[in-house]
Design a protein around this ligand. Sequence first.
Ligand SMILES: *Cc1c(COP(=O)(O)O)cnc(C)c1O
Length: 695
Amino acid sequence: MNENTGGLDRFRMAAAFLVVAIHTSPLASYSALGDFILTRIIARLAVPFFLMTTGYFALGDYVFGKDPKRLHGAMKKTALLYFVSALIYLPLGLYAGHYEGLNFLSALKMLIFDGTFYHLWYLPAAVMGLGLIRLLGRRLPAAGLLGVSAALYAVGLLGDSYYGLIAETPASAIYDIIFTFTDFTRNGLFFAPLFLMLGAYARRTDIARPPLALALSLGAMTAEALTLRFLGCQRHDSMYIFLPFCTFALFDLLLSSNSRPSKRLRTVAAAVYIIHPWFIAVLPPAARLLYAGKLLEENSLPRYLAVCLLSLAAALIFTKLLPERQPPCRSWIELDMGALENNAAVLRSRLPEGCDLMPAVKADAYGHGAAAVAKRLNRLGVRSFCVATVEEGDELRRSGVRGEILVLGCAPPSRVALARRRRLTLTAADFEHAKRLAAAGKKIKVHLAVDTGMNRLGERAENFDRILSVFEMKNLRVTGLFTHLCASDGKDGASAEFTKAQAESFFELTEKLRGRGFRFKAHILNSGGAVNYPELGGDGARVGIALYGVMSTASATDSGCDGLIPVLSLKSEISLIKEVKNGENIGYGLSCRAERDMRLAVLPIGYADGLPRSLSNGAGSVIVGGEYAPIVGRVCMDQMMVDVTGVEAAPGDTAIIIGQSGDKRIRACDMAEAAGTISNEILSRLGKRLPRVTL
Ligand SMILES: *Cc1c(COP(=O)(O)O)cnc(C)c1O
């Protein structure tokens, strides 16, 4: 939901219609060559594309993180779809005599390899491909799995469009055996694994290749296919050398389209894929009944269009019958990813040359969703992130986040192994902690924290000998040195003086170490530093809160960050409206008595959703119908009441808890001020049960 996979969903529709084309040959009446190019070259992208999407969504966690949950889910779902589809085609198969003369072995062959109806081979192939990767993945790393899949594909090629190369050689005996199991090498295990793996890899790459890559690979595949056709090499025409390249380039292009995902399109496309052979079968007799049989027989294009339209209509009716996915209800978080990109650009432009963003995405990116945020920033070229724990870093890697991930917290030595496996960089929190990390016995990258006056983590800057010995510790590779500013939110005299002193003692230390020949990345800026003291520079800025579009306090937000836009809004749907009489009690603990007749809106959000209870009894407000509506009574665990007297409001209307409506706005820092805390706390404590909607 939080990714730009809308391009994939849109192309699924196109791919479904390309599959219909393969089965109806729309150009056959007009040009054999044209039909070959359309159905045996271009349309051949469709099924690999479907396989890649499965790999993209289901395989990454397992291939790169050994977490098989999604893979198992996809196998089950695909197997179930196969079962249902097989039932749907049972009558047609019986009528057409498909199952006549089947024995146990040939039934098995049909079920596992060829599919119980001609277009259904794809489903068992996908299940088997996933199963094979699941099995081999116990032993093999991602690259190994890719290698095996590519080798299988090569074997498949020689039984498909390159069959002519081996038809007259002894190798054909091997293929004779293969063809007793399956009609084509495209079925079963030779074809699907490679595209599934490419899908998993597509999740890891973030370099968008230009459309030229697709044009070139499609050109190459066309040349390849036409040559093979000319040479009469093909036994079947599903597999080409350039097909994986084309599919990958296409996928990449679709992913860079930045459009919103659509579950409906996904379902409609799948339904068209499953249902169209029914219409191919019933269209000719139906047309004859309507005296249009000749028209369809002689004109392949209207036949194709008729099958498409009928399948689409059936698919739409089918999806209408499905229970619709509910729009967000109760209370939810909205994320404006455009604002995130804006903020990254604004902060980058403030930082001096050579000082790169190292966004802090700890605590689930301050409640914004760490994986979605980090991956969006990956796409903008951000190559370094900060988290608080090894587990947070692990989670990011599993979602395919690339670049350096620095664990800022004091990681226990027991986590060194996991950190290594996930290529995380640890913080050496002081000399003693560094010793304990080194004693874990494995080589690990660290950034050494230096304390310049906060008295939290860090070896004291004045302990030069201890710092030096961390650089020389066996097993530690010190690639960074950093300190944390603790007064950079303020620009007042005392804060400025303190911050300057911190920076001086830090940079004095970096000079001295570099003088000894050590090379490392030095970073000092946090959000306050980046906004108020960007000139301090360094090689990186660990910005957190500013990236999300606010500063810790309202005054710092007002003075500090021109051009930053809040990324997160928090909204809620009014449950009901209640009329209350003058003098009546409202809420828990008799803490609030109505002093006039009032209209209340009950909102389904409470302190379990992260809304501070200290906002009770008028300390905080929300926005309803374009007006501020103060909280009345005490904030409850799951609900609260707000005063909407004189405001237009009805059950089902949206209340804005954090966000903007017209000229009224409540930023996280405004809510924080009302609650006596900072925006960082408000955002990072937003409750788990709030769904996130990406705009
Ligand atoms: C959390 C954290 C940051 C980010 O702080 P912001 O004020 O949100 O920018 C930077 N450095 C360290 C060490 C941190 O713990």
